[in-house]
Design a binder for this molecule. Structure first.
Ligand code: PDD
Length: 285
């Protein structure tokens, strides 16, 4: 039986129901987070909760729980699912009200959280790398907000899948922004580059950790705009996200990236990333 949290109660998933008038359902009016859990320990929890706070404030929703309350809610779900490697999902919507674009006068937010097994990152993706395509970034101008209104991201990812690729790398005004559900890194002349934080991309927790690990291990890295035309010339391209970690892109738009194999810097940094995860399992970070 999978246990979920809904509006103050823990209950079996089949019994968790929301109203058809929920603004998340009708208008996509809500915020979400995805937090990996290793060996029963949420990964970078404070950073995820900080981003949640920023996102809720950005859409003028009060945070329904404080950090301790979120933490104990997660702990309950994690324990119920037996610890181990999991993925926590939480969502806050503006609640139930008669449909109107403007905010309802007084409505309780809908608060939902669930916990699912976190499969280890695809062995094959990690060893062989994945294919990606570039697409025009058709999304709105607040991409730094982790909104549940994901239809553009869904359409972009599906377009990639339809073409046999794992991800769409998005281009706005001639520059790389991010993936449909990931951040993007490139390696050029020995330097690791990722676009700077801006409303054009989600400030990924994995992205920040990669920059932190690079700096701590002497890997030269910069936050820098990446012109789209560089993508055809760089030595390596990576994608990062909480659930998929760091994935090398070996083919872009049907042409090989570098020599068409996961590159040396990816091998180096993904090893450092794995070691960091292992330390978390033993509670030393
Ligand atoms: N998505 N950019 C977008 C558009 C994303 O959807 C995600 C992650 C990221 C990476 O962020 P982080 O490193 O914090 O996971 C960047 C999650 C995993 C999802 O929607 O399931």
């Amino acid at each position: 039986m999978s246990l979920v949290y809904l509006n103050g109660r823990f209950l079996p998933q089949e019994e968790a129901k929301i109203s058809v008038l929920d603004r998340g359902f009708l208008l996509g009016d809500g915020i979400y987070e995805v937090i990996p859990v290793y060996h029963g320990r949420p990964f970078r929890l404070q950073q995820h909760l900080h981003r949640l706070e920023q996102n809720l404030a950005a859409v003028r929703l009060a945070n329904p729980l404080d950090r301790d309350q979120w933490q104990s809610l997660f702990q309950h779900l994690i324990e119920h699912h037996g610890g181990g490697d999991l993925s926590l999902y939480l969502q806050v919507t503006r609640g139930v009200a008669q449909r109107d674009h403007a905010f309802p006068a007084e409505t309780e937010p809908t608060v939902f959280a669930m916990c699912n097994p976190l499969p280890p990152p695809q062995e094959l993706d990690q060893q062989s790398g994945v294919e990606a395509i570039t697409l025009d970034d058709i999304r709105w101008r607040y991409c730094h907000i982790k909104t549940i209104s994901l239809l553009p991201n869904v359409l972009l990812r599906q377009q990639a899948v339809d073409q046999g690729a794992a991800e769409a790398i998005l281009i706005r005004d001639g520059r790389v922004t991010e993936g449909a559900a990931s951040n993007v890194f490139v390696v050029r002349d020995g330097l690791l580059l990722t676009p700077p934080k801006s409303p054009n991309l989600l400030p990924g927790i994995t992205r920040d950790l990669i920059l932190e690990l690079a700096s701590g291990h002497g890997v030269p890295a910069r936050e820098k705009d990446i012109p789209a035309e560089w993508l055809g010339q760089v030595d390596e391209i990576w994608l990062s996200s909480s659930t998929r970690e760091i994935i090398p892109v070996v083919m872009l738009n049907g042409a090989p990236v570098g020599n068409g194999k996961p590159g040396p810097l990816w091998k180096h940094l993904s090893k450092i990333y794995r070691l960091y995860k292992e330390q978390l399992r033993h509670d030393t970070v």
